[in-house]
Design a binder for this molecule. Structure first.
Ligand code: PMP
Length: 330
């Protein structure tokens, strides 16, 4: 005889298996750091009455661990953790762990999963307590998940250059959403733009700000080359990309002049080269925007050169950037 409670438990267990087997695009995150403990993916569960699920009250990071000759290394760990805590501060979320504890959680999670290289997703969110809009009574929870993730926009986008379309969705002004916070709720804007771009057969969306100036991709910052000068879209409503800062440094070190500018979409159309940067996208050349070929209509040579230099830096093959790496097994 099965009690009602047993039946519910059995049905939940089945749902969990189903969700982890396919519901999350089949993400295999192995072991997850969940509020201070390392647990199997199936056990890292939250309630459907989680505040963040209803109102987007979460902050997160996207980090990569790269395979190096000294084992996996996290790229710019401290900068990512700092941005995570800045995002939490902006959303008034008291994080129940220190930055050191989060750094250790990230290193431990990569180590216990034995990934040679992986993507790292720390997430901090408001849990369930009340479902009023005010999140302040809700407990703050945290997790770190890791999984293997290749070229974010696909290998074709790297070799041939990505095809972009300007989105009808506009990046939210700074007095509507905190663009400097990597907050869950902000990403509804990115999700809308990305769905439209992908459904229309493009690799990525280009988002403009409220005044029509180029803002960013749905998860990437934008660079363009004009008259041999490397231009990077200045900060306004954009996320301050860590890849962006790294590539600016690498470009200056190779002798390129780098300028931060505001730009319009038509300035991009007439650029010699364009590329996007982001932790997931790394350095991805752009070959077309709004049906106009950029430069030769292929991945540009300087974009590809910067991509190679970036990949050398992140994998410990360029000692000038060694200080950007935190080795997992030390
Ligand atoms: N803009 C947005 C909206 C993003 O989501 C990302 C990815 N984090 C970036 C820019 C690039 O930032 P980073 O180089 O730090 O990954």
């Amino acid at each position: 005889m099965t009690t009602a409670a047993e039946a519910v438990a059995a049905s939940n267990a089945k749902a969990v298996v189903k969700a982890s087997a396919g519901g999350d695009q089949g993400i295999d995150a192995g072991l997850i750091w969940f509020n201070g403990k390392i647990v199997p993916q199936e056990e890292a569960q939250v309630s459907v009455l989680t505040h963040a699920l209803h109102y987007g009250t979460s902050v997160f990071e996207g980090i990569r661990a790269y395979s190096t000759s000294r084992g996996p290394a996290i790229f710019r760990l401290h900068e990512h953790t700092q941005r995570l805590f800045d995002s939490a501060l902006i959303l008034r979320m008291p994080v129940p762990f220190s930055q050191d504890e989060v750094n250790r959680a990230i290193l431990d999670t990569v180590r216990v999963n034995n990934w040679p290289a992986c993507y790292v997703r720390p997430l901090i969110w408001r849990g369930g307590q009340t479902l009023g809009v005010n999140p302040l009574p809700c407990p703050v929870q945290a997790m770190v998940a890791t999984w293997e993730w290749g070229a974010y926009l696909g290998d074709d986008a790297i070799n041939k250059g990505a095809r972009l379309i300007t989105s009808a969705w506009v990046r939210l002004p700074a007095n509507a959403m905190p663009g400097k916070a990597k907050a869950g709720g902000n990403y509804v804007n990115s999700v809308l733009a990305r769905m439209d771009a992908v459904s229309a057969g493009f690799d990525e969306a280009l988002l403009l700000d409220q005044s029509g100036f180029v803002a960013e991709g749905t998860g990437e910052n934008i660079f363009f080359l004009k008259k041999g000068v490397l231009h990077v879209i200045s900060h306004s409503v954009n996320l301050e990309g860590i890849t962006r800062a790294s590539v600016m440094q690498i470009a200056r070190d190779m002798g390129l002049e780098v300028q931060e500018v505001m730009a319009t979409r038509d300035q991009l159309y007439a650029a010699e080269e364009i590329f996007m940067t982001g932790t997931a996208a790394e350095v991805t050349p752009v070959s077309e925007i709004d049906y106009r070929p950029i430069g030769s209509g292929k991945a540009g040579p300087i974009s590809l050169d910067l991509r190679q230099r970036y990949l050398k830096a992140v994998t410990g093959q360029d000692t000038r950037y060694e200080h950007w790496l935190t080795y997992v097994n030390v």
